[in-house]
Design a protein around this ligand. Structure first.
Ligand code: SF4
Length: 309
């Protein structure tokens, strides 16, 4: 097994984190690094605990994504029907288990309204599962031979499976949900959305397409993207998009992140961030109010309201 090294890499979530708050990026990728070692400093272990805090929205998304992925992973090789009831039962079970085992940020920070938030999350989960039953793309993934599924986000796959290197020397992390090949050899990348639409969703899809083009050695003009909004009515669930026009902006985001992070490091060669002050704290206190690390930044005073998440 290769030695575990902390290296700069680009992913959609890393990019979002850095844009949101450089200090949050520091806690995620430097301030918690090595927390798994027995002799790690107490602050590193504590920061890692905060990093793991979650919320009901994340638990809903995770349960749905995992349940679909597991059903696809275990489906027969021949075309079949989508096992709607089994996926729904699995998602509800996963949500229940995670709700018991995971530590919620709201519980940690004593934010009131936890039962109400849980009820909202359960309703959202049920709504997403209804959306899935009506989703033509979901059904299509079972009605083709399994060999046409060229990518599945398998939680049990080794870490390296989600990594790829570009010719320019950048490392990309990607976790596209699923990609299926059609009869003409075009690849369709599907991204399940369990939240509201966001203007940046298309860019995220392009980032996944770029990752898959490198991983599967495909031309980008053979890849089509499909955003599936499970909360939307069946006729308006899917937004399909070519990916070519957004490739340049995504490549720009990758080089920008590398340059930005490197400019903050105390030792670029060894990827060491020895000065936390080079990762400034955001001035947007609304972001802090939902941040897992607010205790470490002395910004736990303002809390999100019961309807914020
Ligand atoms: S609490 Fe605020 S400043 Fe601190 S890491 Fe989170 S978002 Fe950044």
């Amino acid at each position: 097994m290769s030695e575990l090294r902390n290296e700069i890499a680009w992913s959609w979530s890393r990019d979002k984190t850095l844009r949101r708050c450089a200090r949050q990026y520091y806690w995620h990728y430097y301030g918690t690094w090595g927390s798994w070692w027995d002799d790690a400093p107490a602050e590193v272990k504590h920061a890692a605990r905060l990093k793991r805090l979650t919320n009901f929205d994340l638990l809903v998304g995770d349960a749905i994504h995992k349940a679909i992925a597991r059903a696809l992973l275990h489906r027969p090789a021949q075309p079949c029907f989508m096992p709607e009831d089994a996926i729904a039962e699995d998602a509800q079970r996963l949500f229940e288990i995670a709700g018991q085992q995971a530590e919620l940020a709201d519980a940690y920070y004593g934010v009131p309204g936890l039962p109400e938030r849980r009820a909202l999350a359960e309703a959202k989960l049920a709504h997403c599962l209804e959306g899935l039953r009506a989703c033509t793309w979901a059904k299509r993934l079972f009605r083709v031979p399994r060999s046409r599924l060229r990518w599945l986000d398998d939680a049990a796959a080794p870490f390296e499976a989600r990594m790829v290197n570009t010719e320019g020397g950048y490392t990309l992390f990607g976790a596209p949900d699923v990609a299926v090949e059609d009869r003409e050899g075009r690849l369709h990348v599907i991204d399940w959305k369990t939240g509201k639409r966001d203007d940046s969703d298309r860019l995220q899809l392009t980032a996944y397409a770029l990752f898959l083009a490198l991983k599967l050695n495909l031309n980008l003009d053979r890849i089509h993207g499909h955003l599936v909004y499970l909360l939307d009515p069946p006729g308006r669930q899917v937004e399909s998009a070519g990916v070519l026009e957004d490739v340049a902006p995504v490549l720009g985001m990758i080089t920008d992140l590398y340059a930005d992070v490197r400019s903050r490091l105390s030792d670029v060669e060894r990827n060491i961030a020895g000065d936390i002050e080079r990762f400034e704290m955001t001035e947007h206190f609304g972001i802090c109010a939902r941040c897992n690390f607010r205790e470490l930044c002395g910004r736990s005073a303002s809390e999100p309201s019961a309807t914020d998440q």
